[in-house]
Structures are given as structure tokens and as C-alpha cells.
Design a protein. Structure first.
Length: 317
């Protein structure tokens, strides 16, 4: 489907204009949006707009990396769009000239419809560069609630007693870290794209326009920094969990070692007098049983005293 908006030189805003009408001299600038286009509509990129075949090929590539190509006549921008973390990235392509902007996307992009009312209200004050700015700004701001959701969940995990939650919470942390990596793959290239756009000498724009695009760049820098900080937080949570479990395992092994060490001499004594040899005088003693029990009790008390002096029992506090 193709949607068109045009602004004539008198400042009037025209909608659903035919492509042939866009060539008239009284049209100041226009916006053509290719929304899930058909094959015949895709052909218009070459037959009507005369765009370069390599740029058209980029438009038809599903997983094209965000990029920008700047010439004296035109800006070509490829941007990633993420609806939510469960979906794959979608791509929107923009051809921006002095008196036109053409957007092309194989799937429906909600941000396109979001800026249409603004253009219909104040289109006479805008330019194709303004439309490009509004689209990119909406796309970048669309990442904010997704990043905030992950950040809030990581903060909840960090503040909770996650050490006792078992492996389920770690599975969630690994999933959140994967989501952050997915966001970084989309935002970091976009930050580089906007930076190239700002430093390019081929782009003719006013200082006011530059401020708007610089604001987008600042947002991208801030979002990528938040993503990196949250990835470090996720790594810290994982390392703390592993350290806690390692310490817990060591304490368990220490407990078993103490118990085994105490029972080792007791087992020797019990085994010695359980051999049932006939010539064992101690077996005939009247108080032999009580004496052996007393000796075993003293051994236990003595070993516990030694363990306490060495600090081995501090883990039970």
C-alpha cells in the first residue's frame, strides 16, 4: 500500500495524492510511504523514483544492518525497529532529498502512522528532513520502555534474596542478558549512523535541525550506556549467585568433613572391640563398656575443642 502526503508552495497539505501529481511545479515537498508494498509497487522505486538498484536491493534485504549513505542529492537511511523483545527486528528505509522523503518497509511500522497527525497539522512548517527526524526520534524512543522494563526487573532481582531462589532466577537473568545483547545489536549501529550523519559535510541543514538530530544522538548514547550498565549488573548477579553457591557447597563439605573426622577415631575404637577375639582382657572388665564410652565422649569433646580453636566451627554460627 502506498500513502502520500504533499505540501504545496501555498502551504496547503494534500493527502492521497497521485504519484504523477507529485511532479507538478506547485508541490513544495512530499512524503511517499510504501507500507507492505506489492511487487508492482516495489517496481516504482526504480521506474518512477529512479533510485539506484543497489539501494533498492538494500530495501528488500530483510536483515539489513542499520546504515546511512549520503550524497549531494540524497540521504539513504536504514533503521531497525523493535516492537517488543519477543519479535525480530524490522527494517524501515528512508530516501530523503531536498523536496521529498520516501519511506519503505516490508512490514507495518506503527511509528509511521504516529507522526502523520503532526504533519497534517503543521506540514507547511516542516521539510523532508523534519519528517526523517520525527521518524528516527519515534523509533529511538520506542526502545526506552523496553530498556526500562529490563532495568526494573534486574533491580528487583538485585534487591531481592535471589541467592535462595535457585536456578530459576538465574535462567531469567541469562534471558534478560540475552535481551540486552539483542538491544545493543540494534542501538549501537544506529548510534554510529546518526554520528556519521552529524559529522557529514554533504548534509545541508540548519543549526536548529542539527540540534534536533544531536538530541537523538544523545538519547542513543544514553540508551547504549544504560544497556552496558545493565549487562554488567546481570553479570554481577550471576557471579554473586555462583560465588554464593560455591561458598554454600564449601560449607556443606566442611560440615561433612568435621562429622567424618569426629567419627573416624570412634569407628576405629568400635571396630577394634568388635573383632570378637577371645584373648581381649578389656572385654572381661566390669566397667569396660562405660570406660570405652567415656573415652569416646572425651575424644569427641577434645576434637570439638580443637576445631573451635582453629575456627572450623565458625560456619555454624
Amino acid at each position: 500500500m502506498i500513502k502520500t502526503i504533499a505540501v504545496d508552495k501555498r502551504g496547503d497539505i494534500l493527502t492521497d495524492v497521485s504519484l504523477q501529481r507529485l511532479k507538478d511545479q506547485d508541490i513544495a515537498w512530499f512524503w511517499v510511504d510504501f507500507d507492505q508494498p506489492t511487487r508492482s509497487e516495489i517496481n516504482l522505486l526504480s521506474t518512477f523514483f529512479k533510485f539506484h538498484e543497489l539501494l533498492i536491493e538494500d530495501c528488500l534485504t530483510l536483515l539489513q544492518r542499520p546504515k546511512i549513505e549520503i550524497s549531494r542529492q540524497q540521504i539513504f537511511l536504514v533503521s531497525h525497529v523493535l516492537k517488543n523483545l519477543d519479535d525480530d527486528y524490522e527494517t524501515i528505509n528512508m530516501f530523503v532529498g531536498k523536496n521529498y522523503i520516501v519511506t519503505f518497509h516490508l512490514s507495518h511500522i506503527r511509528y509511521v502512522n504516529k507522526i502523520v497527525p503532526k504533519i497534517l497539522q503543521r506540514g507547511s512548517q516542516y521539510s523532508p528532513l523534519h519528517v526523517m527526524h520525527m521518524l528516527v526520534s519515534e523509533i529511538v524512543e520506542g526502545y526506552i520502555p523496553i530498556i526500562s522494563k529490563i532495568e526494573n526487573r534486574l533491580d528487583e532481582i538485585e534487591e531481592s534474596d535471589f541467592y535462595k531462589s535457585g536456578s530459576n532466577i538465574m535462567d531469567e537473568v541469562f534471558e534478560l542478558r540475552g535481551d540486552l545483547l539483542k538491544l545493543r545489536r540494534g542501538l549501537r549501529p544506529m548510534r554510529e549512523v546518526i554520528h556519521r550523519f552529524l559529522v557529514s559535510r554533504r548534509v545541508e541543514m540548519t543549526d536548529n535541525d542539527r540540534k534536533y538530530f544531536h538530541d537523538i544522538y544523545d538519547d542513543l548514547v544514553q540508551q547504549t550506556e544504560i544497556i552496558e550498565a545493565n549487562r554488567e549488573l546481570a553479570s554481577d548477579i550471576r557471579e554473586n549467585f555462583m560465588t554464593y553457591n560455591s561458598l554454600k557447597s564449601n560449607n556443606i563439605m566442611m560440615t561433612l568433613t568435621v562429622i567424618s573426622t569426629i567419627f573416624l577415631p570412634l569407628t576405629f575404637i568400635v571396630g577394634l572391640y568388635g573383632m570378637n577375639f577371645k584373648n581381649m582382657p578389656e572385654l572381661e572388665w566390669q566397667y569396660g563398656y562405660y570406660l570405652i564410652c567415656a573415652i569416646m565422649l572425651l575424644i569427641v569433646i577434645g576434637m570439638l575443642w580443637v576445631f573451635k580453636k582453629k575456627g572450623w566451627l565458625d560456619m555454624f554460627k
